[in-house]
Design a protein around this ligand. Structure first.
Ligand code: ATP
Ligand code: MG
Length: 323
């Protein structure tokens, strides 16, 4: 395996809150390989967004980030805000559920893309304007020349998300973090946006991290998946391997809640995730796990190879193949 383009090691994020420290991410390792589409799944609050916001330097001051995040060999953790601004939008971009949050309502969309190009290159205004129109075309916006002159409110939700993608890829970043990019859109539009993201991945060789609740989408477009629970990864590996034979009881629960077709959204598993203001000792899933034994409480289980994937369940091998 070549060196990952983004290599996150022992990343830990703690928020200083009025009621005490909240450990949102508890020492995770993530490898993103050049040009791949990697899925990150897990229920609400498990730390998916915070992990990547930390790598992007986008967390509020109340967050303490430790560990390492190497992007093409450059250490992101501890960068100054100025250094981080030069990385964001150039080497790594992030898009979110709500495209409006990324757009300035009072500027024409073409001008916003032009600005993104000019912030990181010495491109002339004229060349940047022309490139902005090309980018709108690449993301599938009809009449891109005319549309470039319009304002965000003149676009539908799906078209706005296309504009945001055009801005995110303007400088051909190595990594695009797509944090639930289709969640706020109509079902038909969701498929189109996903197609645009896939096209970007293939055409530009951009590595994409797709954070999603939609396991159907994961099965369709991703090769590898990382499953997160309570600030840790509990299972990771090849999507088909894990869908065929999940090794962690949490992943099994997630998949068991899917309809037979394997297409659908995550349905919550019985019980609640732990309160991260007082994280439990040992495996964080054990309170909801039918297979938990006393030993599960002694230490956070590390990911170890089990079958085709890696699992953070101490009973994974023993439970494999059991219903
Ligand atoms: N600014 C903040 N201050 C304090 N706690 C925060 C802050 N942002 C996130 N958290 C907490 O960090 C934990 C992880 O949140 P995160 O947003 O990463 O979850 P997520 O997995 O992305 O969930 P979702 O699927 O709902 O987007 C949660 O417990 C959340 O409440
Ligand atoms: Mg999130």
């Amino acid at each position: 395996m070549p060196t990952p383009i983004l290599e996150i090691r022992n990343l830990q994020v703690t928020f200083n809150t009025p009621v005490g420290p909240l450990v949102a991410v508890r020492g995770v390792d993530i490898d993103v390989h050049a040009g791949e589409m990697l899925a990150v799944v897990g229920e609400s609050g498990s730390g998916k967004s915070v992990s990547f916001l930390a790598a992007m330097g986008l967390l509020p001051r109340s967050a303490t980030v430790t560990g390492s995040a190497l992007l093409d060999g450059q250490q992101l953790v501890g960068m100054t805000p100025k250094q981080m601004r030069s990385v964001r939008g150039r080497l790594m971009s992030m898009i979110f559920q709500d495209p409006l949050s990324a757009l300035n309502p009072v500027h024409r969309v073409g001008a916003q893309i032009t600005e993104m190009l000019r912030a990181h290159t010495k491109m002339s205004e004229r060349a940047a304007n022309a490139r902005a129109v090309e980018l709108l075309e690449i993301v599938g916006i009809p009449q891109p020349g005319d549309r470039a002159m319009q304002y965000p409110h003149e676009f539908s939700g799906g078209m706005r998300q296309r504009v945001v993608i055009a801005m995110a890829i303007a400088n051909s970043p190595k990594v695009l973090i797509a944090d639930e990019p289709t969640t706020a859109l109509d079902v038909t539009v969701q498929a189109q946006i996903l197609e645009v993201i896939q096209r970007v991945q293939v055409q530009f060789g951009t590595a994409v991290v797709l954070i999603t609740h939609d396991l159907g989408v994961v099965a369709r477009v991703c090769e590898r998946v990382n499953v997160m629970y309570a600030g840790c990864f509990v299972e990771r590996g090849n999507v088909h391997g894990i869908f065929e034979q999940p090794t962690h009881p949490y992943t099994r629960g997630l998949l068991a809640s899917l309809p037979q077709t394997g297409v659908g959204r995550l349905v919550p598993i019985a019980g609640f995730p732990p309160n991260m203001l007082r994280p439990p000792s040992g495996c964080a899933f054990r309170a909801r796990c039918d297979h938990a034994v006393e030993a599960c409480g002694s230490a956070i289980p590390p990911l170890v190879p089990v079958g085709e994937s890696e699992s953070a369940c101490i009973r994974a091998s023993e439970l494999m193949g059991r219903k």
